[in-house]
Write a protein that binds this ligand. Structure first.
Ligand code: MN
Length: 218
């Protein structure tokens, strides 16, 4: 890791060979007025993205912009809009912010190699964070994130929280929809499988859509 330092667009971090960014502490780039509400209003929108990833195992990567990086969880079953469904979400490494736009093929022969599709994307609002500065420390570290999503497919109130279980030795969380006008019983990952960018299904993704190159994320 130390041999491959890289800089994220907005924040210092190191990037490993798989394109994963690692967060370093640093100053907040957003001006704070000292009042959380004003800081939130002054901030541009925070972004979320869900990328379907046909790697060694099919999963959906749920990523939230925090402090200039994409904090990430891998969901083996993808998100559900049914409030009765708690979806396992394994915390994985933070990603470079620019990865939000990646759709295509990750070449090679490791656990991450395979097809990536931008399944949903939009803005989100943290609901119990107080401020949008230092979200890693002030929000993520609480292990209980309440948020509103403004995606194409995922909307309304959600919660992602850390569980006591450490399944497979991983940092184990659950993503769950809160009941509101955007919840329902349809299995949305199968009902709405297409990319919100290209309109393709995961099976239709080819190298022509993009080939992951670590050099683009340094
Ligand atoms: Mn993945």
């Amino acid at each position: 890791m130390a041999g491959l330092p890289g800089a994220c667009i907005r924040r210092q971090c190191t990037i490993d060979q798989n394109g994963n960014g690692r967060y370093d502490k640093g100053g907040c780039r957003h001006k704070s007025t000292g009042k959380a509400g004003e800081a939130l209003r002054n901030k541009k929108e925070l972004l979320f993205v869900v990328q379907q990833h046909q790697a060694m195992y099919l999963h959906w990567d749920f990523r939230l912009e925090m402090d200039g990086l994409l904090v990430s969880w891998a969901l083996p079953d993808g998100p559900s809009i049914n409030p009765k469904e708690k979806r396992l979400a394994f915390r994985v490494e933070d990603h470079d912010f620019r990865y939000k736009d990646f759709e295509g093929i990750i070449p090679g022969n490791d656990y991450a190699s395979g097809k990536v599709l931008i399944w949903d994307r939009g803005s989100y609002e943290p609901q119990n964070a107080g401020t949008v500065c230092n979200l890693h420390e002030k929000w993520l570290s609480t292990g209980r994130l309440e948020l509103t999503l403004h995606g194409t497919k995922l909307k309304g109130a959600w919660i992602i929280y850390r569980t006591a279980a450490k399944l497979y030795g991983e940092d184990t969380w659950c993503l769950c929809k809160k009941a509101d006008t955007f919840s329902g019983t349809v299995e949305i990952v199968t009902a709405a499988p297409r990319s919100v960018v290209s309109g393709k299904t995961i099976g239709e993704i080819t190298a022509a859509d993009g080939v992951f190159d670590l050099n683009n994320y340094r």
